[in-house]
Design a protein around this ligand. Structure first.
Ligand SMILES: NC(=O)c1ccc[n+]([C@@H]2O[C@H](COP(=O)([O-])OP(=O)(O)OC[C@H]3O[C@@H](n4cnc5c(N)ncnc54)[C@H](O)[C@@H]3O)[C@@H](O)[C@H]2O)c1
Length: 345
């Protein structure tokens, strides 16, 4: 069998740690090229990872290498142009999260994938945990009853990233909501099978990033801290369900970090990481299902799904349509917080 040729667009840390390291483990895949704007860094990346070609211009790479599959690992602002170019060149695409900066971009990306008959998947890796599969199945079987409240937390106490462009609003599109919250929103909506979103209300703050300059994830310039450091939202879903969101890079809470979703049903409740289901019997908490440790293999499972799907297997990926829904939700939360009023979808 001929190997599938893969190109990496954006030779940064997630490209190396997650994408390249996974592709290297699959014998059906050949790492063919990397594209990054800085020639020296692109060259180093290629040499370090045994990639035969490097480019600073993606169009040149497509003309010369003609890859079958592409990983888009650039900063958020550059996802759209790079996904569109990859799809125009007939490639199957795995794009890092968030899908894009705006819902309009995510919609055009979804449509371009359909028009070009290519796969478009997003690396929402948290939904690939076994814990999520378990809770989704148990919820579908009715173990939780009617799930009417969902609590989504993607919180850091002092975790403003000190590298990359995470505090730059233009490049990233926002702060913890678009960077961290997006992961847990995807996991929550995936468990619920993407119900219709009706109304969104949010409030955001910039209270710590503009005052402090260092935390557990490095140092930043408080004068260039342009994004929210926390955001809180209420998302009204069809059927009267409520999703409550808390997300932060910096917030004075006790825990260093929380990434989890809690589902409250009228029969039982559940947490995702690790998967646990519990209920109340006469005032006592009773465990119905208890995993001790959450699946740590999420990135590999997400990558495996993308590769297997490209090889023709019928497996789940976070697809272009779901990416569009998530991006609409992110945009509506920011719009509500900026305007100080609810936004209907
Ligand atoms: N799924 C996850 O858990 C996860 C984890 C980390 C990062 N990410 C996402 O991955 C993306 C990259 O993050 P990172 O931490 O690797 O950042 P990074 O800064 O380490 O890497 C980005 C790379 O893209 C290159 N680049 C910039 N503009 C480009 C362009 N127009 N064309 C090609 N390359 C370009 C940069 O030079 C850099 O090498 C972001 O969208 C981020 O949200 C996802």
């Amino acid at each position: 069998m001929e190997k599938k040729r893969v190109a990496i667009i954006g030779g940064g840390q997630v490209a190396e740690k997650v994408h390249v390291s996974y592709y290297g483990s699959r014998e059906e895949i050949e790492l063919a090229a990397v594209v990054s704007p800085n020639a020296d860094r692109a060259k180093n990346f290629a040499e370090r990872n045994d990639i035969p070609h490097y480019y600073t211009d993606a169009s040149e790479m497509y003309a010369a290498v003609k890859p079958d599959m592409v990983s888009i690992c650039t900063p958020n602002r550059n996802h759209y142009e790079n996904v569109m170019l990859a799809l125009e060149n007939g490639c199957d695409v795995l794009c890092e999260k968030p899908p894009a900066i705006s819902a309009d971009e995510a919609r055009k990306m979804r449509d371009a994938a359909i028009q070009n008959n290519c796969l478009l998947a997003y690396n929402f890796h948290h939904r690939f945990a076994d814990d999520v599969t378990i809770i989704r199945e148990k919820a579908e079987e009715g173990m939780l009853g009617d799930i009417y409240v969902v609590k989504v937390k993607a919180l850091r106490r002092c975790g403003i990233p000190g590298w990359g462009s995470f505090t730059n609003k233009e490049v990233q599109g926002g702060g913890p909501l678009i960077d961290l919250g997006v992961h847990m929103l995807d996991a929550a909506l995936y468990v619920l099978d993407f119900p219709k979103i009706e109304k969104v209300t949010a409030k955001m703050y910039q209270k710590i990033g503009t005052k402090k300059s260092a935390g557990t994830l490095g140092e930043w310039d408080p004068e260039k801290f342009e994004v929210e450091d926390s955001l809180f939202g209420f998302v009204e879903l069809e059927g009267g369900r409520l999703l409550q969101l808390e997300t932060s890079f910096a917030l004075n809470i006790k825990e260093t970090s929380i990434m989890n979703v809690e589902f409250c049903g009228d029969q039982a409740g559940a947490t995702l990481y690790p998967a646990q289901i519990y209920t109340d019997e006469g005032g006592e908490l009773v465990s119905l299902l208890k995993r001790e440790i959450a699946d740590a293999d999420r990135h590999q499972k997400s990558m495996r799904s993308f590769v297997d799907k490209c090889l023709g297997k019928d497996v789940m990926v976070a697809d272009g349509e779901q990416g569009y829904v998530i991006q609409q939700l992110i945009e509506a939360l920011y719009e509500s917080a900026e305007k100080g009023e609810s936004v209907s979808l």
